[in-house]
Design a protein around this ligand. Structure first.
Ligand code: ARG
Length: 468
């Protein structure tokens, strides 16, 4: 779809009645949105067809005019989809481009379409329909991603890996538990899109310019025809708020934060220093100079996308802030932000899902890493509390001394001898060695939501049922 050259004309064909001269070329350039809002063509035509049907049903226009309009709009739709629609900058936006072309195709009846309607309620309706579709796309993209996380979790419900705080080895956890943490995050992300979709599903059409209309329109009929739950109840609000777009962007930004954290973990885990995972060839790139490289570019790009998605969110918040009611042209700046954020969110969701599905996890590396770094020090302290009756603070101190001893000897906690241990605290006996193993450590964390494989499997089952 290309923008055709500007045609010379005295004034705008759609609203130029009172104008003697056409706009300055720069005025036309700053004013036009057709370069980007042509993405709303399907929603615009759908809305216009519903409006025309309603006008005829209410006896506001004739049946034959409505029929000509509705059929002509389908011709316009097929021209756009075939890529041979003449988009014209002089006609500003998608709404006037479609209507002007309709006039060329069907003649006089086209002029009746804009009865009891304004571009203000028209654009609000088109954009809501578009954002609603994107909320649906985000919801299904998230569902697919959640399934991919569940697949990883199920495979490795009992694979022991180091859990980190401060990116320092903290306590052993399981791979399944780690994957299920993202299931929780992505499920909340999904619920935010579900909520936003429900709130946005009201129809602005028929609010007209700002005050409603004197024509006996049926706003409930157009709302129903367009799949909305109801018409918006205040015409000023209908044409002037973009909170549905702000909510979509906010939900997208939070989701992009979650995606960036998992992306960062994949970057770290696939590095030569970790080797916890190997990215498949499908999701890696090579270096043009260093033959050994396998770069996790997709993960890095997902990690970066939050920058532009949050940027779009901040941009639209800033545009909307302080705007007096009702419509102002500032609001034309809403679309590119949402288009860009939506495109990049959908791409990120799909890429993350693909990477997870094709990911190879190195169980042995996970286990080896979990078994080093004194990851069971807390288990030792807990044992001293349980079996030797020490207050936790004292147990913490004793364990700290044992860690220092192991560090000095260059070994891990389970490698210390019983004599070594008893030199620090006499109450320690042979049974302590059982809790120093990482498998026992994770198996013992049976508290609700804990990392014990039984707990993890119970959560996997719960989510699989919820998604079924
Ligand atoms: N292109 C405009 C937009 O995106 C459509 C609404 C124009 N309304 C107006 N009163 N000039 O906001």
């Amino acid at each position: 779809m290309t923008d055709t050259a500007k045609e010379p004309q005295a004034s705008n064909a759609m609203w130029g009645g009172r104008f003697a001269a056409g706009p300055d070329a720069i005025m036309e350039a700053i004013n036009a949105s057709i370069g980007f809002d042509q993405r709303l063509y399907a929603q615009d035509i759908r809305g216009s067809r519903a409006h025309a049907a309603m006008l005829a049903a209410q006896g506001i226009i004739g049946d034959s005019d409505a029929k000509a309009i509705r059929e002509g709009l389908l011709t316009v739709l097929s021209e756009i989809e075939a890529g041979n629609f003449p988009f014209r900058t002089a006609l500003e936006d998608i709404h006037m481009n479609v209507e002007a072309r309709l006039k060329e195709i069907i003649g006089e009846p086209a002029g009746r379409l804009h009865t009891a309607r304004s571009r203000n309620d028209q654009v609000a309706t088109d954009f809501r329909l578009w954002v609603r579709d994107q909320a649906d796309a985000a919801i299904s993209g998230l569902e697919a991603l959640i399934r991919a996380c569940l697949g990883q979790a199920e495979a490795g419900a009992d694979w022991v890996m180091p859990g980190f705080t401060h990116l320092q080895t903290a306590q052993p956890v399981t791979w399944g538990h780690h994957m299920m943490a993202y299931v929780e995050m992505f499920a909340r992300d999904k619920s935010r899109f579900v909520d936003a979709r429900r709130r946005m599903n009201e129809c602005p059409l028929g609010a007209a310019a700002l005050a409603g209309t004197g024509f006996a329109i049926d706003r409930h009929a157009t709302a129903a025809a367009l799949g909305f739950d109801r018409p918006m109840a205040n015409s000023l609000d209908a044409v002037s708020d973009r909170d549905f777009a702000l909510e979509f962007l906010s939900a997208a930004a939070i989701c992009a934060v979650h995606l960036s954290r998992l992306a960062e973990e994949l970057v770290i885990w696939s590095s030569a220093q970790f080797r916890f995972v190997a990215m498949s060839d499908k999701w890696s790139t090579g270096s043009s100079i260093m033959p050994q490289k396998r770069n996790p570019d997709a993960a890095e790009l997902i990690r970066a996308k939050i920058g532009r998605i949050l940027g779009s969110t901040v941009a639209l918040f800033t545009v909307m802030k302080g705007l007096p009611l009702a419509y102002s042209k500032d609001m034309q700046e809403d679309k590119e932000q949402v288009f860009d954020a939506a495109d990049n969110l959908m791409l990120s969701l799909a890429a993350m899902e693909g990477m997870l599905r094709d990911l190879t996890v190195n169980r042995d590396k996970l286990l080896a890493a979990a078994s080093s770094g004194f990851s069971t020090a807390t288990d030792l302290a807990d044992w001293l509390v349980r079996e030797a009756g020490l207050p936790f603070r004292d147990a913490h101190h004793v364990t700290g001394s044992l860690v220092a001893m192991a560090e000095a000897k260059g070994c891990d906690l389970p490698d210390l001898t019983l004599a070594d241990m008893q030199s620090v605290h006499t109450a320690i006996n042979d049974s302590v060695f059982a809790v120093l193993g990482v498998h026992n450590s994770v198996a013992s964390r049976q508290s609700y939501g804990g990392t014990a494989p039984d707990q993890v499997r119970a959560q996997i089952a719960r989510w699989k049922e919820a998604l079924a």
